[in-house]
Design a binder for this molecule. Structure first.
Ligand code: MCA
Ligand code: AMP
Length: 468
């Protein structure tokens, strides 16, 4: 079973816990989750695909769990989604209904409400391991986000490999306050907990105070969360009673790693992955945790580094190469995008991560950066520069635009748009927030006379970042 702790027979035989899931002020026992999510399953069982506006609520937990019980692929939609992105996700995924929360605009789709207090004890057969559990949308360098279908097999393999690396057990209480529309918060956090059978606490927002109050053993955060924690000494001290602090989704700055050690007594676990591959590398509970390094391949994972010609690069801890990965958690291809799928794999089936890395003689990996400047990581969110540029060019006050990620102490990178035109910066920022997701809006719009371009007319983004 993918969600192994939600086994009705075991729960009926006494394997219930009162506080399996805490979220948005509510507490659900394991039998509450089974009964209510099975009731959702009955209502969606005939659907081909449904969309869930993934706010951090009980409704979202039950909606997604219900789809997984029924074997209906679920499309988590960013809670702060804007109009153009919403239309794209719905059209591309062919979702047939909104399950649970309704967005401002339903785009003509029917609504299936989630009844939080309804219960069903119907038993569903476990869907096939190769069937699609989730279709998650993620940004590329250009164009609208691409759908990544995740099989039940891949999700199970990833959670089990992480459980082995971290000694993650049913005795843990896992705490995080991350979005439920990405791998980190949803697949690892929520589904991981429902598979392993540990208590799960969602803090709403991942503030240092909320983490400190939650009393967990296992904490997940993006680097922005950890850099805020180390600035809040009381919160950091409270986390010393935890078992493991885990960082991922973006590079953890070495000073933040060191401060976590100093204040909490814990060297954080770092792990690396992507929407396409799930998590593939991690430091381990009883292995070395080296600041700036993301660890070893998880069970079943193979990695290699290649140069621009595809030749292997030595594992000497210094030579940089393009990171390629194989493993049971890696996806099979994008939804409706054979072109992008073909580009993502080489002829031998290695997944091209788009990251550049080094590997040392012990097999430890350090992520050096992205191959493309057009994929931005801000606060752990993956954001495509091209997607924002396309939207901004649709504004009458924008003649030319280049979007870049500028270094930022808190967010890793912050989105800055350089614009040739006469638009009002604040209005442009709002325009992006309305069309895409709020978290994709530029922090800053800078009006410039011209953009630096090469002889072919291509904007020189590295120069743009350096100049400013
Ligand atoms: C933000 N604000 C703005 C602007 N941007 N105001 C005006 N103009 C802007 N351009 C506002 C916000 O609305 C907020 O207001 C306030 O400024 C602070 O914003 P921010 O600095 O963004 O902080 P935050 O809202 O607290 O968000 C930080 C965060 C968030 C909580 C760390 O970025 C986050 O949830 N990140 C997690 C992303 C994630 O889970 N990624 C995983 C994907 P107000 O305070 O009023 O709200 S990666 C993945 O899944 C893989 C596989 C992996 O490896 O894990
Ligand atoms: P996403 O699909 O949102 O998970 O983004 C995946 C990308 O996030 C990866 O290709 C990396 O560029 C970056 N990433 C994820 N985890 C880490 C990490 N621990 N260190 C550095 N970069 C990371």
């Amino acid at each position: 079973m993918l969600l192994a702790s939600l086994n009705p027979a075991a729960v009926a035989a006494g394997a219930d816990i009162d506080d399996a899931v805490r979220i948005d002020g509510a507490v659900l026992s394991r039998s509450d989750v089974i009964g209510a999510a099975t009731s959702v399953a009955e209502r969606v069982a005939s659907a081909r695909r449904v969309a869930v506006l993934a706010k951090p609520t009980v409704t979202t937990v039950l909606a997604i769990t219900g789809c997984l019980i029924a074997g209906v692929p679920v499309v988590p939609v960013p809670a702060d989604v804007g109009a153009a992105e919403r239309r794209h996700i719905l059209a591309d995924s062919e979702a047939q209904a909104w399950l649970g929360e309704l967005p401002d605009e339903s785009e003509g789709l029917p609504h299936i409400p989630v009844r939080v207090h309804a219960r069903s004890w119907h038993r569903y057969a476990e869907p096939a391991p190769e069937s699609t559990a989730i279709i998650m949308y993620t940004s590329g360098t250009t164009g609208p986000p691409k759908g990544v279908p995740m099989t039940r097999r891949a999700i199970a393999a990833d959670i089990d490999a992480l459980a082995a690396a971290w000694n993650w057990t049913a005795q843990d209480t896992l705490v995080h306050g991350l979005p439920l529309f990405h791998v980190h918060g949803l697949v690892l956090g929520l589904l991981g907990s429902l598979r392993i059978g540990n208590r799960f606490v969602h803090t709403g927002k991942p503030t240092p105070a909320a983490y400190a109050e939650a009393g967990g053993t296992l904490y997940f955060g993006v680097p922005t969360v950890w850099s805020r924690v180390v600035k809040d000494i009381d919160a950091a001290l409270a986390l010393s009673s935890a078992r493991l602090l885990v960082s991922g989704s973006a590079p953890l700055p070495i000073p933040v790693f060191d401060e976590l050690v100093r204040l909490t007594g814990h060297a954080p676990i770092e792990r690396y992955g992507s929407t396409e591959s799930l998590i593939t590398l991690s430091t381990t509970v009883d292995g070395e945790r080296r600041p700036g390094w993301v660890g070893l391949p998880l069970t079943g994972v193979q990695t290699r580094l290649v140069d621009e010609n595809g030749a292997l690069v030595p594992r000497d801890g210094e030579t940089i190469g393009q990171l390629q990965i194989k493993g049971p958690m890696v996806f099979d291809g994008y939804l409706n995008r054979p072109d992008a799928t073909a580009a993502a794999f080489d002829a031998d089936g290695w997944y091209r991560t788009g990251d550049v890395a080094v590997i040392d003689a012990e097999g430890m990996h350090r992520i050096v950066g992205r191959e493309s400047v057009d994929l931005i990581k801000s606060g752990g969110f993956r954001i495509g520069a091209g997607e924002i540029e396309t939207v901004m060019l649709g504004h009458p006050g924008v003649a030319e635009v280049a979007v870049v990620g500028m270094p930022d102490d808190d967010l890793g990178q912050r989105i800055v748009a350089f614009v040739v035109g006469d638009a009002e910066p604040a209005a442009l920022i709002d325009f992006v927030a309305q069309e895409l997701s709020v978290h994709k809006r530029p922090r800053e719009v800078r009006l410039v006379q011209r953009l630096p371009r090469n002889a072919m007319g291509k904007v020189l983004k590295k120069e743009l970042v350096q100049w400013h």
